[in-house]
Design a binder for this molecule. Sequence first.
Ligand code: PLP
Length: 255
Amino acid sequence: MIAACSIAGSDSGGGAGIQADLKTFTAIGVWGLTVVTAVTAQNTREVRGSWMLPAEAVAAQIAAVCDDFSIGAFKTGMLGTREIVRTVAERLPEGIPLVVDPVMISTSGHRLLDEAAVLDLARFLIPRADVVTPNIPEAEALTGMAILSLDDMAEAGRRIIDLGAAAVVVKGGHGAGDGVTDMLVDAAGTVRLSGRRYPYAVHGSGCCFAAALAAYLARGMPLREAFASARSFVDGAIAAAAGESGSLRIVNPGG
Ligand code: PLP
């Protein structure tokens, strides 16, 4: 069975981080591997505390999984510190699809990446990424832009590609309006996918999306198809949690 590996933090509440990634990998039919970077004490309401692992422990976990498994994709989430960002960038093997979810601050306001580490992420890890999956505040932090429109999302995506990423998905969940539009930007242009904005707070949807993208890439799907499948997976998961059916709508396929 092909494996996907999540390099991320533990969420004791099971809604985000390593736990969300493993559940997503299992649902999509890939074997889930984990490299734990941090332990957080959290529930659906708040992050009460977080403790980083030493970079050495992160490097040892990467070596252990790489020495034994057939890994189809890596996904990074909460990396916490400059040391861990640099260690991951140095130790990840070449030639395996990499999804970088540039996790910075939780919805409840807890910092999950030191401010000083944002530059290291841009300098060392993003250039190695096949796809980077920022939400709007993360895309703003990476580009220095204020993102107010779909055109701004596309421009932010292009600027993150200029940092060295092959492609970017800017997630629109933090925007306004009834719908949520996510935008893929790659060398060929942009693809937008829109769905419903559900009328309640969801926690861990970003982790779940990036993990689904990694799982579909691990299964050999091309990126644009993996984007649509991952978007649909998260939309379906949120809808199922509320006992409703999904609402994915493609705005401009291949545009
Ligand atoms: N906790 C951990 C360990 C995470 O990795 C993340 C997101 O990546 C979060 C919390 C934040 O999740 P949310 O912003 O959806 O609450």
